[in-house]
Design a protein around this ligand. Structure first.
Ligand SMILES: Nc1ncnc2c1ncn2[C@@H]1O[C@H](COP(=O)(O)OP(=O)(O)O)[C@@H](O)[C@H]1O
Ligand SMILES: C[C@H](O)[C@H](O)[C@@H](O)C(=O)COP(=O)(O)O
Ligand SMILES: [Mg+2]
Length: 468
């Protein structure tokens, strides 16, 4: 029987990749077809994503499949959360793809919480309070460009919009929709009371669809361009939702999805909206099969990405790790979750100013800056682990780091040392793997997610770190 290939498109905040998957004797084989950078651009006075360039890269990757003689049966796209595009009645974009790092939402969350009590918003949605949540982006739009919101007929999150460009079909995929803070955690539907109270246009929100559902096949013009058709099967289109599906062993494990952001948490069967979770600012993002990702955002490797950019990319990530290893007698750290690090003009200067203001030795050399970032991240992970164990009233025995950041062996060891837990690192391409297994489940090649985790365990190396 002809081998079936599925194609995952995983676009994170720093990079995108198209990865082909196929199954052979209970092993999942990956082939990276196309990789490209992603970054924020300045457009019309806002920090935006270059969505047209991203769609071009997706098409380039699909064409590369054909060039190597492989025609996948399906494709699924996952990206970062919260951001969106609004379409008019002719299905034309009304907005640029403004990034969650844009300052347009400064002060907006506070205004919304004047209208809707924080505790109530958390009880109904279970979503963390981040100033860049979609709810605050839409409210900012209502204040700053009301005419745009009035014309909006469709609200599509980034992966929804990319799927629309492929198929002409519009829907909001559930896992990513939960990151808007507009989905009711109990009904799993758009919370019309919140939407109407904030005076947002309830009609523009699309039907909620779940991972494993087929959205449709390709637009005719794309079938002609690619030379073949395929189905768009919805993965967990929130990249972290896909990543968590690829954690080989969830039992007794705290995961860290380590990429531009660090998302640290556990899988849970129900939303936890207790006061302590609110105080710690944990979130209950929706997962496949209506599971919940109880986690919190930590500033993540964004900080070292920006440090690298400040050094004109003259160092690789591996070289920055090596430089930090060579540093001794330097102990300064920062609170990585201080909003000042969300989008500073210069990350190196922001870190140095923080150390000055807190009367710590100011890092000067690249190795000192990198060491400060990695040790500060490890400290934030340690705090989050303690908060998780406090909420669950239990000790977790392991931490599983997945994503590009699991290649940072220094940070993996730091995590083991500060948390006093065994750390498992891998798979690197967890997001793409989680995206693929959902497609394989949808086409009947894998029975369910438990069987998928068994295949993942057999297919990918996971490195172990014990604490000293
Ligand atoms: N060889 C490496 N050594 C150390 N860190 C690495 C290495 N390769 C990638 N990384 C880390 O992985 C991060 C990117 O992870 P990734 O999951 O691809 O991010 P995203 O999905 O957010 O774009 C980089 O910012 C870098 O810190
Ligand atoms: C802004 C969101 O919190 C962010 O998208 C996060 O949920 C996420 O998915 C990060 O993924 P990266 O791969 O960009 O780190
Ligand atoms: Mg990612």
């Amino acid at each position: 029987m002809k081998k079936k290939y599925c194609l995952s498109v995983d676009i994170g905040a720093s990079s995108g990749r198209l990865i082909l998957g196929d199954l052979h004797e209970d092993q999942l084989n990956l082939e990276e077809i196309h990789r490209f950078d992603n970054s924020i651009i300045e457009k019309n006075g806002y920090f935006c994503w270059d969505i047209d360039a991203l769609f071009f890269e997706i098409k380039t990757g699909i064409q590369k499949c054909n060039q190597i003689g492989i025609q996948p049966v399906s494709i699924g796209i996952d990206t970062w959360a919260v951001d969106f595009v609004l379409l008019d009645e002719r299905d034309q974009p009304l907005t640029d793809s403004v990034s969650y790092r844009d300052p347009r939402t400064d002060g907006i969350m506070e205004e919304v919480l004047e209208i809707f009590m924080k505790e109530r918003l958390y009880l109904e949605t279970g979503i963390q309070f981040q100033k860049f949540n979609t709810i605050y982006q839409l409210y900012a739009l209502k204040k700053q460009n009301p005419e745009v919101l009035e014309k909006a007929k469709s609200f599509l999150m980034i992966p929804d919009y990319l799927h629309f460009l492929l198929t002409g079909r519009k829907a909001n995929e559930y896992t990513n929709a939960t990151s808007t803070q507009l989905i009711n955690a109990f009904t799993k539907k758009w919370d019309k009371e919140i939407i109407n109270t904030l005076g947002l246009n309830v009609e523009m929100f699309e039907e909620i669809k779940m991972p494993k559902e087929t959205l449709g096949s390709l637009r005719e013009e794309l079938v002609e361009e690619f030379g073949f058709d395929m189905d768009v099967i919805l993965p967990a289109t929130h990249d972290t939702g896909s990543a968590v599906l690829a954690v080989p062993e969830l039992e007794d494990t705290i995961y860290i999805s380590s990429g531009t952001w660090s998302l640290i948490g556990v899988e849970n069967h129900f939303p936890i909206c207790v006061t302590k979770a609110l105080d710690y600012n944990f979130t209950n993002e929706g997962g496949m099969d209506y599971q919940f990702r109880f986690l919190k955002n930590i500033m993540g490797l964004w900080m070292i990405q920006e440090v690298r950019r400040n050094y004109d990319n003259q160092y690789s990530f591996a070289e920055l790790v090596d430089l930090s290893r060579a540093v001794s007698g330097f102990e300064s750290t920062v609170n990585v979750d201080d909003q000042r690090f969300l989008k500073p003009d210069n990350m190196i200067e922001e870190i140095q100013n923080y150390c000055k203001e807190t009367s710590q030795t100011v890092p000067e050399q690249p190795g000192e800056i990198a060491k400060c970032v990695f040790e500060s991240l490890a400290n934030s992970y340690k705090k989050a682990v303690a908060e998780i164990e406090n909420i669950f009233e239990k000790e977790f025995s392991t931490v599983n780091v997945i994503g590009g950041g699991c290649q940072n062996e220094l940070l993996n060891q730091l995590i083991a040392d500060v948390t006093k837990k065994e750390v498992y690192a891998g798979p690197v391409e967890a997001t793409a793997i989680g995206n693929l297994v959902v497609q394989f489940i949808a086409i009947g090649e894998i029975e369910n997610i438990d069987k998928a985790r068994g295949i993942i365990k057999k297919s990918f190396e996971v490195k172990k770190y014990t604490y000293s």
